[in-house]
Ligand binder design. Structure first.
Ligand SMILES: [Zn+2]
Length: 73
């Protein structure tokens, strides 16, 4: 019983570490050159207009729609 609990908290700590690493790897304010979703190049105008963007306009639109949907549920 206590062993299972240890494993669960260990996993949780690992996941948290992964999330922290992901944040460190992608500094806020630096736009990606390629879309994180589809891999298409992000136009320079968009990269300048939206600092920190990681998706092309199409994917960002879909992402925001999904995000809104999940939040409202
Ligand atoms: Zn895209």
């Amino acid at each position: 019983m206590s062993k299972n609990f240890d494993r669960a908290s260990e996993y949780e700590a690992l996941m948290r570490e992964h999330q922290i690493n992901a944040v460190i790897k992608r500094p806020i304010g630096v736009s990606a050159f390629e879309c994180d979703e589809c891999g298409n190049p992000i136009p320079e105008s968009r990269r300048i207009a939206s600092p920190g963007c990681i998706r092309c306009i199409d994917c960002q639109t879909v992402y925001e729609l999904k995000d809104k949907h999940y939040r409202s549920v």
